[in-house]
Design a protein around this ligand. Structure first.
Ligand code: GLN
Length: 337
């Protein structure tokens, strides 16, 4: 059960989120993912934008409680659980921390070690999912589901139809997993490991959940809504670092340049953003650009970062303390289009 206070709809931050979302309603490029057939059944008009501050207050606009599958936005959180269970050193022997510059389902492994490039692409995420503690695939998935729930601050469920759809059509991930098994970076029963990975991608969340999950990372591993420590501060830091360099796949460099906040996207149309020490954002809009990132999600994050100087690399004015999110105000928004 959630205990966060939802702010009144007339507060300045909610007004601001409404303005951003309304300003992007006409942006109708892109198509929902169809390579997992069940994902193409979504209503493409759904559009939600939520922000969770580190005091646990959640602000939102639009379809912030509509459920969708988390897909690759699960990857940073499962990486965090693998770090908690195995430590950084052991995890790094099995998966790298370098941007691949390639698509999320790229097949390239590191020559010599067979390691996938990083935990944010499919190959790396299949490995990190296999590194979470648990003697059986069922136990490992139970730990993942509970861990994702701890990040979100409520218990979560699986969309069985999306799971079945991806199992039936996930041959590219299957091929990747067998290649990694052959190279030694993925151990154990390949089909069982894939089953856990596909289930993890099929966990249902909302925009509000994504905001809380990313606020938990932004706050050093403590869920700001429940007060529960989910992972150690150093592990939250490791995850944010890898999100900053690899979270948007082959759009990661451009993203860091223009938005400048650690983020992760998923093919359901979700994007999660964490600004360390400040807040978490969740955006959901199913139509994707060619790299598999939500078109409106990208635009909303650009707009917020640009208008409010949220870029991590922005030089801090020594006269001013860092802005808490509530001091963002609903100044008229310039369109980025
Ligand atoms: N389940 C999806 C896959 O493995 C996740 C990919 C994504 O969200 N980018 O293909």
């Amino acid at each position: 059960m959630r205990h966060e206070q939802r702010s009144p709809s007339d507060d300045p931050l909610t007004t601001l989120l409404d303005q951003v979302r309304r300003g992007l309603r006409d942006l109708d490029d892109g198509e929902p993912a169809s390579y997992i057939p069940e994902l193409s059944r979504v209503d493409p008009a759904l559009f939600g934008l939520s922000l969770c501050a580190l005091d646990g207050q959640v602000y939102g606009s639009g379809d912030t409680t509509a459920p969708f599958t988390v897909q690759s936005v699960s990857k940073p959180f499962v990486f965090a659980l693998a770090l908690a269970d195995r430590g950084l050193e052991e995890v790094l022997t099995r998966v790298g921390a370098e941007p691949s510059g390639e698509a999320f389902n790229s097949i390239r492994l590191e020559p010599g070690t067979g390691r996938p490039p990083n935990p944010m692409v499919n190959a790396g995420a299949i490995v990190t999912s296999s590194l979470v503690a648990g003697d059986t695939p069922q136990a490992r998935f139970a730990r993942i589901l509970e861990g994702l729930g701890d990040f979100a601050g409520r218990s979560l469920d699986v969309d069985e139809a999306v799971y079945a759809s991806e199992c039936a059509t996930g041959d590219r991930n299957r091929a990747l997993a067998y290649l990694m098994h052959n190279a030694g970076s993925l151990t154990g029963d390949v089909e069982e490991q894939l089953g856990v990975y596909f289930r993890q991608c099929s966990v249902l969340v909302t925009c509000d959940d994504l905001a809380v999950m990313h606020a938990t990372l932004a706050g050093g591993g403590v869920n700001p809504v429940t007060g529960k420590r989910v992972v150690a501060p150093r592990h939250a830091q490791h995850v944010l670092a890898v999100m900053a360099t690899c979270g948007m796949y082959d759009a990661s460099g451009q993203w860091m340049l223009q938005v400048g906040m650690p983020a992760k996207s998923g093919v359901s149309g979700a994007i999660g953003v964490a600004l360390p020490g400040q807040f978490g954002i969740g955006v959901f809009s199913p139509p994707l650009e060619e790299k598999g990132n939500s078109v409106r999600g990208i635009a909303a994050c650009h707009l917020l970062s640009d208008q409010f100087g949220l870029h991590l690399m922005r030089a801090v004015d020594p006269q001013r303390r860092p802005l808490p999110p509530r001091s963002l105000h609903g100044a008229p928004l310039r369109s980025l289009r």
